[in-house]
Design a protein around this ligand. Structure first.
Ligand code: SAM
Length: 280
């Protein structure tokens, strides 16, 4: 039984980090003419109404995207991400937030492909409707981890695989590593971007150890914390683990993270981190 609904969290600081990294990777892939696949294993509903009951109840987006999307000193590197936000909010009022599939839809070209899976009985139909007229996209109600076996390698041998589970089940921390291993066996030159929450630091330490033990190389970790680590309930930080990152990503995030942290966390608590879990 799936209870997680992303609509409660859309546009929060974790989405800002995730979607910033996603947009930079997609932009880098588009520097070459050859088309590619965007595979989103846990795609969500696609579009989130920020004035809706769920988002209003938590107000998380107010401490996330609402703090940055209209800042005059925003770095140029955020342009692709912000253009997806503006596309849904053309009159300057923040009413909708684009999830990862809509950011990709906005940025991708005619010949690129989107493969999206979502299991939730309420979110899947919303996602399918969003893409009903987009011939580049295939939307399935299926297990995201299975896609890493079924859909790789893509025929064009280029792609970004975004893995963004809700971590509702403790087994997700192991399943993401197994899933990446399966995908990597079939498609070792793909870019894999795994999102993680920091609720208990120990879980992330185990997950990164497990990833190191796979033997996969070229793994970059990017993290933004809004509070120090804690053993109390709740997410204090989130991060992206990127396998085979575009060569510019480390430098781009070194430039962006201090700005994002300063704007998202005016109190200055927490930290930012960019580290190679495994070098090339
Ligand atoms: N990637 C989305 C974004 O950035 O906009 C948000 C995804 S949300 C964090 C995780 C989603 O995974 C939820 O909508 C949940 O219903 C879905 N989900 C949970 N288990 C799944 C599975 N095994 N396969 C596919 N989707 C799953």
């Amino acid at each position: 039984m799936l209870s997680y609904r992303h609509s409660f969290h859309a546009g929060n600081h974790a989405d800002v980090l995730k979607h910033t990294v996603e947009s930079l990777i997609l932009t880098a892939l588009m520097e070459k003419e050859k088309p590619f696949l965007y595979l989103d294993t846990h795609a969500g509903a696609g579009r989130y109404q920020l004035s809706g009951e769920h988002a209003e109840r938590t107000g998380e987006y107010l401490e996330g995207i609402a703090r940055i999307w209209q800042q005059p000193d925003a770095p140029e590197l955020l342009k692709p991400y912000f253009s997806a936000i503006r596309n849904l909010n053309p009159n300057g009022t923040l009413r909708y937030y684009p999830g990862s599939p809509l950011i990709a839809r906005h940025l991708l070209r005619q010949d690129d492909k989107l493969q999206l899976t979502e299991l939730h009985s309420s979110d899947y139909p919303l996602l399918r409707n969003e893409f009903s007229k987009d011939s580049r996209a295939r939307v399935e109600r299926a297990d995201g981890y299975q896609q890493l076996k079924a859909k790789l390698p893509p025929p064009t041998r280029r792609g970004l695989i975004l893995i963004d589970p809700p971590y509702e089940l403790k087994s997700d921390y192991q399943d993401v590593v197994k899933g990446i291993q399966e995908g990597y066996k079939r498609f070792s030159t793909g870019i894999y971007a795994l999102w993680y929450p920091v609720v208990l630091r120990q879980q992330i330490k185990h997950m990164t150890k497990d990833l190191q033990a796979t033997g996969i190389r070229n793994i970059l970790q990017i993290e933004l914390a809004v509070r120090p680590d804690s053993d109390q309930r709740g997410m204090t930080a989130s991060g992206m683990i990127v396998i085979n990152p575009p060569w510019k990503l480390e430098q781009q995030m070194k430039e962006l993270l201090p700005w994002l942290h300063q704007k998202l966390v005016p109190a200055g608590t927490g930290h930012t981190r960019i580290e190679w879990i495994v070098p090339e």
